[in-house]
Design a protein around this ligand. Sequence first.
Ligand code: FAD
Ligand code: SIN
Length: 519
Amino acid sequence: MRIEVDYLVMGSGVAGLFFAIQAAEHGRVAVVTKRDRSESNTRYAQGGIAAVMDQADSVAQHARDTESAGAGLCRTSVVESVIAEGPAVIAQLVELGARFTRDTSGALSLAREGGHDTARVVRADDMTGREVARALVAAAEALPNVSLLDEHMAVDLILDERGHCCGAFIANGKTGALGTIYAGATLLATGGCGQVFQHTTNPPIANGDGVAMAWRAGAEVGNMEFVQFHPTMFHDPDGPAFLITEALRGHGAEVVDGRGYAFTDPLATRDIVSRAIARHMRDSGQACAYLDATGCDAAETKSRFPNIYQYCLERGVDITQQHLPVVPAAHYSCGGVCTDEFGQTSVPGLYAAGEVAMSGFHGANRLASNSLLEGLVFARRALLHMGRPDGRQKPSTVLHRGASVDSTRLTALREKVRRLMWAEVGIERNDAGLKRACVQTGALREEVEALYERYGADGELVQLRNLITVADIIARSARWRLESRGCHYNTDHAECDQVHWRCETLLTGSGGLAKGCRL
Ligand code: FAD
Ligand code: SIN
């Protein structure tokens, strides 16, 4: 396969599809997505999209809440301008066919979530992501200029002799065949990396591919230690990941122990609630904590959270009458490929939007429901900034694929990395654990690179290689930061140090070591 287009988009979540739909007005767009076009983190979003939609609310208030969660590392100009664009992107989504929940007067029904000082979350019941994904997929499918390539995985970026990105090497997930897509402009929209951790709310696609590809291409990557752990994933050791939206706490649910005692403020930011639950579990030896929504109006709970109510009921818990077992899990990567305010990365021709990017909007901790907002705004901005795509050049590298590698070995390595990251680089970290983690991720990386050298771009090996690369970047970033801030918490440096550490953590694939950049 060799394809030439004006725009290459990697990923079919909110950022990739929103970009593709708008880019189609200017040229030919190829969207590659490694599973089905509807599969993404976006699809599982529950709470909604934060935006200033109420006259009683303001950009300044939303910005204050965002910066307060971001713990001193947000870029103020990015925060204010992204929030100011919120109403416009919501209007665009509605125009594209997204159906959001409305009250009896027809106005958007806004929810309140942790860290927000008011109700400002636009939602579609408790299935916002499903509705957004449905509307965007349908809109993209209707555009002749957009080719949606399911089961096509981006393996590496193509750089020309000048070091400009001019497309990507692609593997066909069904046949294993390798190909190239050349493009005038390339958007990374590959989402997050929750799979790096043993316990995560993210689906299997969230493997950190975009960060790893950009890293190998020499792009600057930042703030990767700031992994957000969501406090309330449904506790079911044998079942799939299922999030219990924090909107349930906004609705009135308390966080309680096995005897029903509330032990933390349910509306505090996620890092605080996650740590409180993790400590409670460690100190009490309990396998989980509970959400108690029995004090809320039962009819309201059922109508406001139909999906969660039904899901839990099928697993034997009636949330209107019983406490719901929950555990924290890795949820969101606040760090990513560094971009400017238009989504441009440090590699010419390569843009990034959505969870894969680090734009400066979230700082050290993301405020609930600010992710979909950021993805929408940066998808729009990147297109405006790209201008007309320029000419294509010859790639400076080629890919090869050898014999298939033993799958059992790859699975074992993958699980080893995920357990290590959960144990040593999880909700609470310490110096000794981070040191151990770095030694091990470094060694595992070497082992996997040797396999890659030998076997080449085998699908499973490509994924493992990306996972271990990102794990190593996270561990090294976390080890470097000798303080606690936002969602990075080190018990040996439990204080936030505004004098020495109010800086982003920046790494480059070529340079290796972390360097700080003062804001
Ligand atoms: P994604 O939606 O993750 O899409 C990434 C796409 O890239 C996928 O299509 C994937 O298959 C593809 N891809 C990945 N690697 C490759 C590759 N190598 N080649 C080709 N394709 C590739 N945020 C909010 O703001 N509000 C919420 O209510 C909310 N709820 C959430 C609930 C859950 C359970 C989860 C997991 C997250 C939630 N988030 C929420 C976070 C938010 O959903 C994500 O951050 C956001 O959807 C990311 O969008 P994205 O477009 O960047 O990436
Ligand atoms: C949730 O609904 O609790 C998740 C919202 C988010 O990740 O922003």
